[in-house]
Design a binder for this molecule. Sequence first.
Ligand code: ZN
Length: 223
Amino acid sequence: MISSNEDSAQSPQEKTPQMPDFLHENPHIYDEESNAPTLGMTELVKEMLSKIGEDPDREGLLRTPLRVDKSMAYLTGGYRMELDKIVNNAVFTEDCNEMVVVKDIEFYSMCEHHMLPFFGTAHVAYIPDGKVIGLSKVPRIVEMYSRRLQVQERLTQQIADCVNEVLKPKGVAVVTEARHLCMMMRGVEKQGSSTIASAMLGAFKKNSETRNEFLSFVRTRTV
Ligand SMILES: [Zn+2]
């Protein structure tokens, strides 16, 4: 069965940050003009502008607090997505034992240490055990976990755990490749280098042949 609580897809020792209380209390604050969700933190952004040495009242910055607020609401929208609604009606009974691979799923996330973007691609594979999921739902799962404050390793593991929980397949494999602006912009990392993380469950963990089959899929560049 599909769990109504997305956090139950994780192992207990890997407790992730919960949705802040105020978001539970005010899950739908909308900007009336654009009808886009906001987080109600325009004053905070104004203060931030002052602190970095800007004049929040100069013309170019007048609407910046609202724009930042709305953009932040979007970029952290994963906290407000529900797994049930994402996979709803898209899990099918299917007598298929072949590896299913969804590769090159673009994602954009923010590192929880600096709140700067990291972005790249995720490759997700599973071996069904009687159940498959609509292919378009896999990128939605990636989105639900990437649009949060994250570390790449946890993001990768959460995607794998989630697919595992929803489908109870014979195995799940997830590889993410990302570039971290917090390292690139601050000069910690050479431009152009990327970080790779992986999570292997079930057959992908136990069977090196299965794992290698997936990894060779991932390495093959599609046109
Ligand atoms: Zn960082």
